[in-house]
Design a protein around this ligand. Structure first.
Ligand SMILES: CC(C)(COP(=O)(O)OP(=O)(O)OC[C@H]1O[C@@H](n2cnc3c(N)ncnc32)[C@H](O)[C@@H]1OP(=O)(O)O)[C@@H](O)C(=O)NCCC(=O)NCCS
Length: 220
């Protein structure tokens, strides 16, 4: 038993984790693992925000309402938890002043020799433009290059997605190129710009500390 446990810890250091808090204009931002009981709030936001999310997220066979219904969450949560336990993902909930407002997903974690993963995110439109996602992604990136021990993080974004491009710019992600017809989004194969950060590019103290130094966030 002890052997299995140490193998598990070795495969996925840094999980589970609670990260933050950071204070931004919208309130206090923290990250924690997604929970089974997030379903009602998750569904409520995503049904309300269909028009806000559908242009940027992978297409949903079966329709948006069905794929984002409360009944969908337990199955999704189970898959996310399984991926996290296998060391393949860090599925974080973004919590603003104690309430779920979105997700930061670190996925496709590949360990040696790549030590790489992707980062994806979405956030409730009612609190957009107030620094929540930038702070949340900064916390996740710092954790990935710290306790998780990764070397490279990648984010892919449609060139039309101004707010998401801005999040990555504020965090210092570097543009690497255009992936043509990369992802099936909103019913068609869409080009995506690829951005990345490697551990060598991290500022001293990390991204959250730099946001604080720039006046974009505060530590309570
Ligand atoms: C992208 C998203 C996560 C950003 O969340 P957020 O909490 O509003 O992010 P932040 O407030 O930290 O930063 C957003 C920035 O974009 C800016 N912005 C807003 N609309 C913009 C536009 N049309 N063009 C360019 N920048 C824009 C905001 O002003 C802000 O920058 P600032 O701090 O310099 O003013 C959110 O809009 C979202 O959930 N979108 C739908 C899903 C999505 O696109 N996910 C990412 C897929 S790659």
């Amino acid at each position: 038993m002890a052997h299995a446990q140490s193998e598990y810890v070795g495969r996925h250091p840094g999980w589970p984790a609670r990260l933050g808090p950071l204070d931004v204009r919208a309130g206090r931002v923290e990250l924690r693992p997604v929970k089974l009981f997030d379903g009602a709030t998750w569904s409520e936001i995503r049904i309300r925000d269909e028009q806000h999310l559908v242009r940027w997220e992978p297409s949903t066979p079966g329709g948006w309402a069905r794929r984002n219904a409360p009944a969908e969450w337990p199955g999704r949560w189970w898959l996310l938890r399984g991926a996290a336990r296998r060391g393949a993902a860090l599925p974080f909930a973004i919590v603003l002043d104690g309430t779920l407002v979105g997700q930061v997903m670190i996925g496709n974690v590949v360990r040696e020799p790549l030590l790489s993963a992707y980062v994806g995110y979405w956030c409730d439109a009612r609190v957009n433009g107030k620094g929540v996602t930038t702070a949340a992604v900064a916390l996740a990136v710092d954790h990935c290059f710290g306790a998780v021990g990764l070397h490279r993080l990648e984010a892919t974004v449609r060139p039309e997605n101004g707010p998401s491009l801005r999040v990555l710019a504020k965090l210092g992600f570097r543009e690497e190129g255009l992936f043509q017809r990369y992802l099936d989004v909103d019913g068609a194969w869409r080009d995506h710009l690829c951005f990345a950060l490697t551990a060598e590019e991290m500022p001293l103290g990390g991204l959250a500390a730099r946001l604080v130094a720039e006046g974009r966030a505060g530590r309570p």
